[in-house]
Design a protein around this ligand. Structure first.
Ligand SMILES: [Zn+2]
Ligand SMILES: [Zn+2]
Length: 288
């Protein structure tokens, strides 16, 4: 990893669980909470609450905390977030990688202000789900071509619109950790593509954004559907994931995806790679 001016290399202080709990046993917690570093929390909703088992990110700055996604709504995320933020004087912004139900399902849990925080009541802002609402909140005037900054206080994120899996999809690049959060657009699993031309263009733009001087330490998405066997996934709706692929992907995964889409051309087709499967769907959700 080349050193970058103004960025502290804290990679030795970061961690992942050796293996995520897929959360299938009756006594597994509704959420597995893992501190990646002292300002970054990765939360995994247990498969036993919903087969999607989405990952949720909580990024702490000096002025606000950003919760990225609220899961399916089948588990009490609010309680987890309240505990994590307890005693911290931070506004909470609840935003989303995209508007699918397994990422916005818990939004209504955040409809009431927190009991701790600024002036006794934590301010909570829940960002809408549509591309229009997302663009308005983050100040993106030229959707999807414009990249904007979002400052949590001493922690600047770059917000990159990447529609294709979903019209309001965003990627977040965290300059301080050099993590690239890619939601459902790139993760170790089935990358469902509902709008092929938009997805191809989005991944090409994201790769170009990174290549233009944004070093990526790891790519983090919002599901695991691959097994540890290269190119082999768990079936759709699997309620157990024995021997899951790890969550984090090397930065080369983005390059690999961009090149595969470039080669695939204009006709949607399934592309199986070791760490992910590009899986085009019709607008009605039928495999192509
Ligand atoms: Zn999705
Ligand atoms: Zn999803």
């Amino acid at each position: 990893m080349p050193s970058v001016p103004g960025v502290t290399d804290n990679s030795e202080m970061t961690s992942f669980p050796p293996q995520w709990d897929d959360g299938t046993t009756a006594d597994s917690a509704e959420h597995q909470v893992h501190w990646y570093d002292e300002r970054t929390v990765i939360i995994r909703q247990a498969l036993r609450t919903n087969f999607e088992g989405p990952f949720i990110y909580l990024l702490l700055g000096s002025e606000r905390a950003l919760l990225l996604d609220t899961g399916t709504g089948h588990a009490d995320l609010r309680k987890v977030v309240d505990e994590l933020l307890d005693g911290r004087d931070l506004e909470l912004v609840v935003a989303h990688t995209h508007g699918h139900g397994d990422h916005v399902g818990g939004d209504n849990q955040f409809a009431t202000p927190g009991s701790e925080g600024k002036e006794g009541k934590r301010r909570i802002r829940v960002v809408g789900k549509s591309a229009e609402e997302v663009a308005e909140y983050f100040g993106i005037s030229a959707w999807p071509d414009e990249v904007v900054e979002f400052d949590l206080g001493d922690r600047v994120l770059d917000v990159v619109p990447i529609p294709g899996h979903h019209p309001s999809h965003l990627a977040f690049y965290d300059r301080s950790t050099q993590l690239l959060l890619t939601g459902d657009s790139l993760y170790p699993g089935r990358l469902y593509v509902f709008d092929w031309p938009a997805y191809r263009a989005s991944i090409a733009r994201l790769a170009a954004f990174v290549a233009a001087g944004k070093p990526v330490r790891l790519v983090l998405g919002t599901h695991i559907e691959m097994s540890q066997e290269p190119g082999v996934d768990f079936g759709f709706g699997s309620d157990r994931h024995p021997g899951e692929h790890q969550l984090q992907l090397a930065p080369e995964a983005l390059t690999e995806l961009a090149e595969a889409l470039e080669q695939a051309g204009d006709t949607p087709r399934r592309i199986v790679r070791d760490d992910f499967i590009v899986f085009p769907l019709s607008p009605a959700g039928e495999p192509l």
